[in-house]
Design a protein around this ligand. Sequence first.
Ligand code: ATP
Ligand code: MG
Length: 200
Amino acid sequence: MKIGIMGGTFDPIHIGHLLLGEFAFEQFELDEIWFLPNGNPPHKDTEEMDTSLSHRVAMVEAAIQGAPHFKISLHEAKEGVHSYTYQTMLEFHELYPGCEFYFILGADSLFSIEQWRYFKEIFPTCTILAAMRDDKDIADMQKQIAYLKEKYGADIELLRAPLLEISSTTIRERAAKGLTVHYMVPDAVADYIKEHHLYR
Ligand code: ATP
Ligand code: MG
């Protein structure tokens, strides 16, 4: 089995995340995509994250409903626990022997990966699928991929997906102003945000 891992804070999950999953599934002929919401991400300022884990998980579940190749993994969904990607990947290899893992990320993550704790340990555990985002163009991406390959022996492929200038930050800001987030998130997620008065 070839498994794509889409890690994130998902505060909230949006169509950028889902399209990355969908295009990775297609381009690399994966069997499943696992959305992996993190509990208390070590490389993110926790001050700015006040959406409870249960809401973030519920929105991922709502977003992937009806897509049988999309699953959610609660492996890192532990309140107050710092999960490290390499550790999760090693545990996945133990739990699911015979699976190959493809870690999906956007350009911002590819360019900041050297700031992650234990980032070098990630490379032997998976293939990284990196998608363009915002201001990084294809030449920037190829340069960064070549650099990480050369320096760390990383296995990284360019993931070709539609370029969408959408972030969870934008969605939170729009919701806070009372603006619509429709079409930026699946309907079920927009409904969930409304119903639970998130980001107000
Ligand atoms: P925030 O604004 O809160 O940081 P985000 O939209 O960046 O949220 P994250 O949960 O931080 O979402 O991102 C999870 C992963 O998805 C990261 O690797 C990020 O690069 C990637 N990603 C998110 N949105 C996009 C997008 N529109 N295009 C490409 N990659 C994306
Ligand atoms: Mg982000």
